[in-house]
Design a protein around this ligand. Structure first.
Ligand code: HEM
Length: 77
């Protein structure tokens, strides 16, 4: 069994690199904030809308799957 996806270990390091660009809306490094907006954020990530095109730093398929797994696992801290 693999370790469940956690915000601190897995999600925060990914979102942190986009923090400055999304600060106008929310701080993506805060657990409670990302949890509260998880469905919206997951939709943006899975649809490929966020990060926007063109932007150098896109998410890998593994990173997208990890975010979906985190939401499915009820957003563990
Ligand atoms: C994984 C990284 C990112 C995630 C999860 C994310 C998430 C989101 C979400 C959930 C919204 C909708 C907010 C709302 O309207 O309530 C949004 C909008 C927006 N984001 Fe991001 N964002 C990311 C990266 C970025 C980056 C890198 C930029 C700038 C280069 C950016 C610029 C914008 C802008 C301009 C909007 C508003 C316009 C629109 O909805 O297209 N975001 N983002």
């Amino acid at each position: 069994m693999s370790t469940p996806v956690s915000f601190e270990n897995d999600i925060k390091p990914i979102l942190q690199q986009y923090m400055g660009q999304m600060m106008w809306r929310f701080d993506m490094t805060l657990y409670e904030t990302v949890k509260a907006n998880a469905a919206d954020i997951n939709y943006q990530i899975q649809s490929g809308s966020m990060p926007p095109q063109p932007w150098d730093n896109q998410l890998s398929a593994e990173q997208k799957q990890m975010f979906a797994d985190w939401v499915y696992g009820k957003c563990q801290p």
